[in-house]
Design a protein around this ligand. Structure first.
Ligand SMILES: C[S@@+](CC[C@H](N)C(=O)[O-])C[C@H]1O[C@@H](n2cnc3c(N)ncnc32)[C@H](O)[C@@H]1O
Length: 423
């Protein structure tokens, strides 16, 4: 049935704006019109006829739009056959961006969004050093945008085969850059897979039985700083729980200063999957400021010189849930909060492979981390601070603990080698 409609609702100028701005009834009208063969008479007297379609129809507004509008909607004029330039010695070809070329801006817009990175499996790396490190580790480049050919010439030639090379103006790179001093080169890479990566020999040589688990870390600067410390301390692996900021986010990359290609990082893990990534016999230790209510107890057995620490359960953040939960039969309060011993960070905790959990900036450590620590025989690690000082920044706490772990392992190694030389 053909419908003849005269000036529906908001004057029915182009169909799409009507859908966006009219009231619900008018929108229903428009949807109905889209489903039936329709002839629309506009107040101007113009008549538009079209065939019915399945639900949403491609917009017919161009039929009625002014010639100026039509011109604005024209797709970007890309030269039909841009002549690629050749870098003589290598035979590699590259394109020069033409005026109005949107290749850089369109790639940048999408590559800077986490959903895109996850969907397309592509990431953006910026700067000569980071790109060189990534290539060395086996990351796969797809496109390079560069402002000077020399920057491309610095890269290993064998890694450039099949990579699309686009020379752009330095100003364009600067506009999209995340660096304080843009370096004139950006690369789109396939999202690296830690299993296929080759980490530097020196890093592997100094790798320790020490892992880091980041629990819901949201701040990109903190995560990058933590990764840099983890690489510096010689961590063998970094695990990130779901809920952490994306490890390939440009700000994390910037703060990480290359750590992404020095230490294996496994992203986006559910807590149940974490044990699969830990070496056997790993003990999980949770870095915990104990809600600021850790109390030192003097140990009489050691002439009062030794402190041991206890968390006052009343002040632990999960305690309120514990209070609420009663056993239906006995009416007694359920004691389900893992009763983890607290240990000062400078006492030995590296006798077995150790994994340290660092909590997020806002909520601190999760219940799951405490449960994993309890099941593996781990403890809470406390860095005592002066009363009245709030918790430490997560990146600071992580660095202190990782380098303390490294110190403990070195001291143990020295003891062992001294013991071996006596025999
Ligand atoms: C900024 S704090 C979290 C603050 C959060 N509002 C809380 O009270 O748990 C971030 C993380 O750093 C670590 N951290 C901070 N201060 C610490 C301390 N004094 N001892 C051990 N770990 C600490 C913990 O893992 C903590 O979850």
């Amino acid at each position: 049935m053909a419908a003849l409609v005269k000036g529906v609702g908001c004057a029915m100028r182009p169909l799409l704006p009507v859908v966006q701005t009219c009231n619900v009834n008018a929108r229903r009208w428009v949807r109905a019109l889209r489903r039936s063969p329709v002839k629309v008479v506009f107040p101007s007297g113009q008549v538009v006829e079209r065939e019915p379609g399945p639900g949403k129809q491609p917009r017919k507004a161009a039929d009625v739009a002014s010639p100026q509008k039509q011109q604005q909607k024209q797709p970007l004029q890309v030269p039909s056959n841009p002549t690629p330039s050749t870098w003589e010695e290598s035979g590699l070809r590259y394109d020069k961006a033409f005026p109005g070329d949107k290749r850089l801006s369109s790639v940048m817009t999408i590559v800077k969004s986490r959903p895109f990175r996850e969907k397309k499996g592509k990431i953006l790396l910026e700067g000569r050093r980071l790109i060189a490190d990534a290539l060395k580790a086996g990351a796969v480049p797809k496109t390079f945008f560069f402002s000077r050919l020399e920057y491309i010439k610095e890269l290993p030639m064998d890694k450039l085969k099949g990579v699309s090379l686009v020379k752009v103006k330095f100003e364009d790179i600067k506009d999209w850059s995340d660096l304080v001093t843009p370096q004139g080169i950006m690369g789109i890479f396939a999202k690296p897979d830690h299993i296929k990566m080759t980490y530097p020999e020196t890093q592997l040589h100094h790798s320790l039985p020490l892992l880091l688990i980041c629990d819901n870390l949201r701040d990109p600067g903190n995560l990058g700083t933590i990764l840099r410390s983890a690489a510096g301390a010689g961590c063998s692996k970094v695990l990130l729980t779901k809920g952490c900021v994306d490890v390939w986010e440009p700000k994390v990359l910037r703060a990480g200063m290359g750590a992404h290609f020095q230490v294996p990082i496994i992203n986006n893990l559910e807590w149940e999957a974490i044990p699969n990534y830990l070496p056997t016999d790993t003990r999980v230790y949770v870095a915990d400021n104990c809600g600021l209510y850790a109390r030192a107890q003097m140990s009489m057995s050691n002439k009062g010189s030794n402190h041991s620490w206890v968390c006052d359960r009343r002040f632990l953040k999960f305690h309120k849930y514990e209070e609420e939960e009663e056993d239906l039969e006995t009416g007694a309060k359920r004691d389900w909060l893992p009763d983890l011993e607290v240990q000062s960070y400078d006492l030995d905790w590296t006798e077995a492979p150790a994994a340290v959990v660092i909590g997020g900036e806002t909520h601190g450590v999760s219940l799951e981390s405490l449960e994993l620590a309890e099941s593996t025989g781990g403890k809470r690690l406390l860095i005592p601070v002066v009363p009245g000082v709030d918790s430490l920044n997560s990146a600071m706490a992580a660095s202190i603990l990782l380098f303390e772990g490294k110190r403990q392992l070195r001291v143990r190694e020295e003891h062992l080698s001294r013991g071996r030389s006596y025999h």
